[in-house]
Design a protein around this ligand. Sequence first.
Ligand SMILES: Cc1cc2nc3c(=O)[nH]c(=O)nc-3n(C[C@H](O)[C@H](O)[C@H](O)COP(=O)(O)O)c2cc1C
Ligand SMILES: CCCCC(=O)C(=O)O
Length: 350
Amino acid sequence: MGVRAPETLHEFEAVARGRLDPAHYGYFAGGAGDEVTLRANEAAFGRLALVPRVLRGAGRPRTGVTLPGGRAAMPVLVAPTAFHRLADPEGERATARAAAATGTIMIVSMAATVAVEEVAAVAPGATLWFQLYVQPDMAFTEAVVRRAEAAGCTALVVTVDSPARGLRERERHSGFHDLPAGLCCENLRDGGRVRPIVMSPEISWEHIGLLREITALPIVLKGILHPADARLALDHGAAALLVSNHGGRQLDAVPATIDVLPEIVTAVGGAVPVLLDGGIRCGTDVLKALALGAAAVAVGRPVVWGLAAGGERGAARVLELLRTEVEHALTLCGCASVRDLEPSMVRRSC
Ligand SMILES: Cc1cc2nc3c(=O)[nH]c(=O)nc-3n(C[C@H](O)[C@H](O)[C@H](O)COP(=O)(O)O)c2cc1C
Ligand SMILES: CCCCC(=O)C(=O)O
């Protein structure tokens, strides 16, 4: 990991950048269009300030959270990201072990380069959720869901922000087109072939209803940005929502996730937990999201940077850094647990 081990998530990105094939770095780092939303996700956290409480005698804070798909030792989950074997030869196996080591939940991407069964087998201590792009062929979708269930996944995270793939200029310019020979989306195997992932504009709420009938797993809808959709998600039996703009990789010019979180939390009215991802880069970002009503957050790129910088140990270090930072920030905010955070403790700073 270079002369000095990276000590912040930004340092991990710098090390990862130096190690990755530039085309792969472009794929991981890039966003859609002019990357307005990609930048906005991080910048919006920078415009918020935390207002601590004092003299509460809170003691050492507890960082754990309970969610529909299980408990996590910290309120930071591993967001689903594709193609981990581009970052490290062990790929998703390493990520899952890192998640298990920090006691957090890994959301395994449907586009993982290690099969979900193998990810579960090599990291028996990990709580895994499975991310799904509903395929127009519902029989195949059901087969994939059955694999995730049999592997022991405890929730289904259905990504709903991808009726088409985002237009990613940086990815194109950096020369990333496809997985190299020898790697494929292992969860898309179907007999002797590997199916392509279809992102279809025909997927609708009806499909969510069908999924609800197919599986007893809690369904988390990932990619909700509009309060009306948050209410529809409740009508369709979602067990949780994940406010996400796909890390700025789908429609450019959508708002930063932290800026829409309060509206979604209001629309949901406490009926189900609301999670958030996009632009979380340190412990105080986590506290801001939790104070504004998120039950937990997820990180995408930072885990990939950890993986590229130092494999399983690097990914574990990134998660451990976040855990330590969250605990420290909770202490300085006078909180005994994440439940003590509330909207009055966040203020727009400029
Ligand atoms: C390289 C990369 C691959 C991703 N792959 C997926 C995926 O397969 N499925 C999915 O639902 N989201 C995917 N996402 C979106 C992430 O789950 C998450 O929404 C986003 O990365 C959060 O933003 P952050 O990277 O700023 O933490 C991907 C994001 C990145 C950066
Ligand atoms: C077909 C893989 C899609 C991965 C993804 O969602 C992303 O790159 O953002």
